[in-house]
Design a protein around this ligand. Structure first.
Ligand code: CMC
Length: 431
């Protein structure tokens, strides 16, 4: 972040204030208002952070107008095609692509942390069988703080490193256990000879009574879903993790806060909601009726999997996801999948409709991911937990970046107070 020598001038009454303008490596300049309150006794007002940078970060860059997503400078489509999830994890965490030796070491460290403390198994049995896996994950990940005391000192670089690896490694195990618990099957322990995605598929779909062979094409598709969701700069759950961590709270508690935020249907819950919407539409003839509902301001219905706060163009992740959907359904021999056909037709009709065109509403990453996950055998309730497994590395990388910044401060937004002015207490008999 460089000071540009350019200034913005803010006039209030007869006074004017010069505000420095900072220049990022990519994207629009940023007006630095940090000293504004001290100088001018005013705050800025920006609910939803639509014009406000909450931090500086060197991890991920999005150009929403152009539909570009870069991790440490590398475009997501190149990473999805040529790299794989654990390599992208390394890139996000440490800033550069690993050498072969660094990658081998990193993969081995993650693999050796995939088991969870045996006593954690008992946590699961405390939940109702019909609990949503995200509810279970919020609780169990928060509880990791109670099991891994030796990696909760955020001021110790080694603790931070071990906590990061543990979170990335154990999240698939926890998500798979939440799934197994919900269907009444025994937990499946991780296996160190499988790769990250293959291991997750096996923990979800194998049973002790039968051998399970990981299909390499499905495992590649799973890995790509993890890669596409790995990080997305300062989205709601990442900002939640940063805000929670800014108080000095331990990483496991903070990632649990991120999981809670991700669950919402406007964020990670959209993949479940998108598939449910497509199923509700059911057949192409019902698309115009559903689009009319999505456009009707008196109807709360929204076309899930469409629209994005930052992308005002095709979400680059959705392009890869759409291609993956075709590949996976082909592989599984699901020709002419009616939901994929409905999805493609919804996309076509929406992109030809002035309402969606004027508002720049395009399919986002969640529009096609549910179709792939369902074809793989996952119930809709597992879609958001899978998003959480992928996004853990983004949360952890952003958390580490923030904690390692010597200028870190506790996050404490200001407000535009609209309540009553000071008044005197009235005794109950006089009200
Ligand atoms: N269907 C119908 N109308 C929509 C939709 C939609 N999916 N999304 C936005 N709009 C309209 C909205 O009603 C508003 O119209 P108007 O200007 O007439 O009032 C306009 O488009 C702008 O919408 P907004 O809600 O002000 O935009 P936002 O940036 O606050 O919201 C969003 C972004 C993602 C929450 C929203 O587009 C949405 O709810 N989409 C559906 C949920 C979804 O797919 N979320 C997943 C996002 S990608 C995964 C992730 O990163 O978490």
């Amino acid at each position: 972040m460089a000071d540009t020598n350019k200034k913005a001038t803010l006039s209030i009454g007869n006074e004017s204030y010069d505000l420095p303008i900072l220049s990022p490596t990519e994207g629009p300049d940023v007006v630095d208002v940090r000293k504004l309150y001290g100088q001018a006794d005013v705050f800025t007002y920006d609910p939803g952070f639509t014009s406000t940078a909450s931090c500086d970060s060197a991890i991920t860059y999005i150009d929403g107008e152009e539909g570009i997503l870069l991790h440490r400078g590398y475009p997501i489509d190149q990473l999805a095609e040529k790299s794989h999830f654990l390599e992208v994890c390394y890139l996000l965490l440490y800033g550069e692509l690993p050498t072969a030796a660094q990658l081998e070491d990193f993969e081995s460290r993650v693999t050796n942390h995939t088991m969870v403390h045996e006593q954690m198994h008992r946590f699961f049995t405390g939940f109702r069988r019909d609990a949503h896996p995200m509810a279970i994950m919020t609780g169990v990940v928060g509880a990791m703080s109670a099991f891994y005391h030796d990696s909760t000192d955020i001021h110790d670089p080694w603790h931070r490193e071990v906590a990061s690896i543990r979170l990335i490694a154990k999240m698939p195990t926890i998500a798979a256990m939440a799934y197994k618990y919900s269907i009444g099957q025994p937990f499946v322990y991780p296996r160190n000879d499988l790769d990250f995605a293959g291991n997750f598929l096996r923990m979800c779909f194998s049973v002790p009574a039968e051998d399970y062979q990981v299909n390499p094409i499905l495992s590649r598709a799973m890995d790509r879903i993890f890669t596409l969701h790995a990080d997305h700069e300062q989205n709601a759950s990442t900002s939640t993790v940063r805000l929670a961590s800014s108080s000095g709270a331990n990483p496991f508690a903070c990632i649990a806060a991120g999981i809670a935020c991700l669950w919402g249907p406007a964020h990670g819950g959209a993949n479940q909601a998108a598939l449910e919407s497509l199923k509700e539409i059911g057949t192409p003839d019902r698309i115009p009726e559903m689009l009319a509902r999505a456009k009707d301001k008196d109807d709360p219905f929204r076309l899930m999997g469409f629209g994005h706060r930052v992308y005002k163009n095709f979400d680059p992740r959705a392009k890869v996801m759409k291609q993956s959907a075709d590949e996976v359904l082909d592989l599984l021999g699901v020709e002419n999948n009616p939901i994929l056909a409905v999805a493609k037709e919804v996309e076509k009709q929406a992109l030809a409709d002035d309402y969606f065109v004027d508002r720049k509403l395009f399919p986002n990453v969640d529009f096609y991911s549910g179709i792939i996950l369902e074809a793989m055998g996952f119930p809709t309730s597992m879609f958001t937990p899978i998003f959480a497994v992928s996004r853990t590395v983004g949360w952890v990388s952003q958390w580490k970046e923030m904690i390692e910044d010597p200028a870190m401060k506790i996050g404490r937004p200001r407000q535009l107070y609209t309540g009553p002015s000071q008044r005197d207490y009235v005794d109950v008999e006089n009200r």
